[in-house]
Design a protein around this ligand. Sequence first.
Ligand SMILES: [Zn+2]
Length: 133
Amino acid sequence: MRLIKPSRLDRAHKQRDRQIAKRAQKRHKERMLRYADSLVREIVYKRDHGRCRACGKSVKLHGHLLDVMHAHHVIYRSAQGSDAPSNRLSTCASCHEAEHQGLLWMKGQPNSVMTFTRVDANGRILNTWESRV
Ligand SMILES: [Zn+2]
């Protein structure tokens, strides 16, 4: 029996098929991660009654979505904070931004008691309050 070497065209097709399969796997993984994150967000928003835990603002009015609710990581992902609901907190966009600017400190356990401290640009404490679920 004589072996036939695959032609360049066959190799190119096989390489292309592998690339397509690899891209499809990557897209599937990204979709699954987005889906998992959407489920976590849903749990977090329900636990927090659809309100920002810091200011109490609701993002819905008469069932209509007015704004985007964020699921803030109390321990940042960059510090290996978990994506689980126990590390996530519903926040409105402005409170979330204030936290990341260092103007609103968020400490505690999202599943129970959180303490919020608003500070000015010089780090002076303006007020402190708690939020429980
Ligand atoms: Zn807020």
